[in-house]
Design a protein around this ligand. Structure first.
Ligand code: SF4
Length: 220
């Protein structure tokens, strides 16, 4: 869908609209002609490589829904880092892409009520399964509510996250929403390495724990 010309990235506009000019007559932008996707993002660093990979082919709305970040200051720091990245990415690609942003409800009490009983579980265990399910189910619900064609999550970019679990969950959620799960494991094709590289490039804050207090201060 994209081609490189003189260093610039251009969207290939060959389409049922008969080319850019005719489409523009109807006020239809290149972004609007791409399928829409609600991309759940846990933080800015994880979003980087995922946004870069999807932007040529999808009209992206990043969805920050993370009640699992139990420390309020940390929650807002990650949110602001994510916004820092989106603004910089949009500025850098203003002639080709535009990434939108949406924030979900911040309700850590709901997360604690659900996952707190599993506080002693190791990272990657049953507590994390519930945590993934909570965030992905809300993403699927929101995508359906907004009439967005696809949903997926940046969580798969982390080498610590089991993609088979995310995939099974995502596909099962399709039954509860009009939106479809985009089956993509972002850690493949050096996705994690690219996210580290891009985080440096954009000067982003990179946290050293997953999100909840149970992973930050594990029981001895
Ligand atoms: S370690 Fe991460 S994925 Fe697991 S429950 Fe905590 S915030 Fe959620």
């Amino acid at each position: 869908m994209k081609e490189e010309t003189s260093g610039a990235v251009l969207i290939n506009t060959g389409s049922a609209f008969g080319g850019t000019n005719e489409a523009e007559l109807f006020g239809i932008t290149a972004e609007q002609r791409k399928p829409s996707i609600l991309l759940h993002a846990c933080c800015g660093p994880c979003a980087t490589a995922c946004v870069e990979r999807l932007a040529p082919d999808y009209s992206i709305t990043v969805y920050y829904y993370n009640p699992n970040i139990t420390d309020r200051e940390e929650y807002y720091l990650r949110r602001d880092t994510l916004l820092q990245f989106i603004r910089a990415f949009n500025e850098e690609h203003k002639d080709t892409y535009h990434v939108s942003y949406l924030e979900g409800e911040y309700d850590p009490e709901r997360y604690i009520a659900k996952c707190g009983p599993l506080a002693g579980e190791p990272e990657g265990g049953a507590r994390c399964d519930l945590c993934f399910a909570m965030r992905l189910a809300e993403t699927a619900r929101k995508a359906g509510e907004l009439g967005i064609s696809y949903f997926t999550t940046t969580m798969s970019v982390s080498p610590h996250k089991n993609y088979d679990k995310i995939r099974t969950l995502g596909l099962s959620l399709e039954q509860e929403t009009s939106s479809r799960f985009l089956d993509v494991d972002f850690k493949k094709k050096n996705g994690f390495g690219r996210s580290v590289q891009m985080s440096r490039q954009y000067g982003l804050y990179r946290q050293n724990f997953c999100g909840c207090e149970y992973a930050r201060y594990p029981a001895k």
